[in-house]
Write a protein that binds this ligand. Structure first.
Ligand code: CA
Length: 234
């Protein structure tokens, strides 16, 4: 299973150092931004699974960052935990209104933050903590590396499996070919963007082999998305 990606947006170096160390030790993949604008850029770049967001930040406040994340089509579902200073306690209610998923008041222990992160992820993105994930009639078992559509087993190569796993973690979200390359092949590997199309083609073919509908949507000049289960079949 791929490591959970965390983006920390915080301008206090001591807190960043503490969190980087402790989250790294728990095998989280950590990215850091030190102001609000950089935070929004890094969300695009690093595609975090969860964002730890300080309330008071240079350039763009944590509240504004959270608001912008919530209103973005690709970022609206990313879990956000806000960090607040005690003096900002009354702002928590405003934070709830702008859609943060949880809060921690400084000072807090890294262990407490990690417990909250796991709770939020379990609630919002069970795919990150569970070995079995389901979307519509597709079910994957990540431990056994097996996939089914309804009762029919689907046989996938390792790359197609990772592609499907990634898409199933974010149903409905459109990924560009570059984003899929980074997520599935890794950003340090040179692979042509076209390769993504080849593997998406194989994945589609395998998923349709039992006569079921194509669950992958091609978004012209944008990329690919796994259809949301709620959408009616066309
Ligand atoms: Ca701060």
């Amino acid at each position: 299973m791929s490591r959970t990606k965390v983006l920390i947006v915080e301008d206090e170096e001591a807190i960043v150092t503490l969190l980087e160390y402790n989250l790294g030790k728990e095998d989280f993949d950590v990215t850091v931004a030190s102001d609000g604008e950089e935070g929004l850029l890094k969300v695009e770049e690093a595609q975090p699974d969860i964002v730890i967001l300080d309330w008071m930040l240079p350039k763009l406040s944590g509240v504004e960052v959270c608001r912008q994340l919530r209103s973005g089509p690709d970022t609206g579902n990313i879990p956000v935990i806000m960090l607040t200073a005690r003096s900002e306690e009354s702002d928590r209610i405003r934070g709830l209104e702008i859609g943060a998923d949880d809060y921690l008041t400084k000072p807090f222990s890294p262990a407490e933050l990690i417990a909250r992160m796991r709770a939020v992820l379990r609630r919002i993105r069970p795919a990150l903590v569970d070995n079995q994930i389901k979307h519509g009639d597709i079910r994957i078992d990540r431990t056994a590396h097996r996939v089914w559509r309804d009762e029919n087993e689907v046989h996938l190569g390792p790359t197609e499996f990772r592609l499907l796993d990634h898409l199933m973690q974010h149903p409905g979200r459109v990924f560009s070919r570059e984003q899929l390359l980074n997520a599935v092949w890794g950003s340090d590997v040179f692979v042509e963007v076209r390769t993504v199309d080849v593997h998406i083609g194989r994945l589609r073919k395998a998923l349709k082999s039992s006569g079921a509908k194509d669950p992958i949507r091609t978004v012209r000049s944008a990329g690919y998305a796994l259809d949301t289960a709620k959408e009616p079949a066309n």
